[in-house]
Ligand binder design. Structure first.
Ligand SMILES: C[S@@+](CC[C@H](N)C(=O)[O-])C[C@H]1O[C@@H](n2cnc3c(N)ncnc32)[C@H](O)[C@@H]1O
Length: 204
């Protein structure tokens, strides 16, 4: 379990907001089937800190889309930490979209975070930063996310240990898109477990 002081250090004035989100995940998130009951003990380390690890890779004032947001990860923790961002939570399943909209209202985030019910491949807007966590293998993810990336923007895929193998497997798709690929290890705090991120961009 992450030390409360670490949470306060990372989130500062937004600490009470992120704790409220964790309470929502722990209660409604589980009862409404968005999160497995076994996740409740590792919400901070595995979900919240892993989500905000990409903050330093997200430029100021960016428009961000969280593809396959599920219960709001990584989009909601990122939006709580970074009031400068405008975030779209993209999610096709109605039950999850309803949970997300209610959660944004409860957290008072609805003015700069919106929920859009759509599959990535059917959404036709562009963003500075496209983020995705636990949504699809890299090859498929890139096909869905590349059209959502504005020129000069980046795709940040939060991955686990499979990242290197996924990059190798996605080789032909990556070559077709012409995107540059970097494998990064980043963390929200020196004491937090580093997150593995595949950053895809281009020389544009
Ligand atoms: C395993 S969950 C991960 C949720 C969240 N990102 C997280 O890290 O906890 C995958 C999510 O991707 C969504 N999804 C599946 N196919 C999608 C698509 N084509 N476009 C956008 N989202 C999709 C699912 O509905 C689901 O909410």
């Amino acid at each position: 379990m992450t030390d409360v002081s670490v949470v306060d250090e990372i989130f500062g004035e937004a600490s009470s907001e992120i704790k409220q989100y964790v309470d929502i995940l722990r209660m409604d998130g589980v009862t409404r089937g968005l999160l497995g009951p076994r996740e409740t003990d590792r919400l901070w380390d595995r979900h919240i800190l892993n989500s905000v690890a990409i903050s330093d890779l997200t430029r100021a004032d960016a428009e961000v889309v969280d593809v396959g947001s599920g219960a709001g990860l990584p989009g909601i923790p990122l939006a709580v930490l970074r009031p400068d961002l405008r975030v779209t939570l993209l999610e096709p399943l109605l039950r999850r979209v309803t949970f997300l909209a209610e959660t944004l209202d409860r957290l008072g985030l609805a003015d700069r975070v919106r929920v859009v019910r759509s599959r990535a491949e059917e959404h036709h807007e562009q963003y500075d930063v496209v983020v995705a966590r636990a949504v699809a293998p890299l090859g498929r993810l890139v096909q869905w996310c590349a059209p959502l990336r504005r020129p000069g923007g980046v795709i940040l895929a939060l991955k686990g240990r499979s990242a290197t193998a996924e990059i190798a497997e996605a080789g032909p798709v990556l070559a077709e898109t012409g995107l540059t690929v970097e494998l990064l290890s980043v963390s929200a705090h020196p004491s937090a477990e580093p997150a593995t991120v595949i950053r895809l961009g281009a020389g544009d």
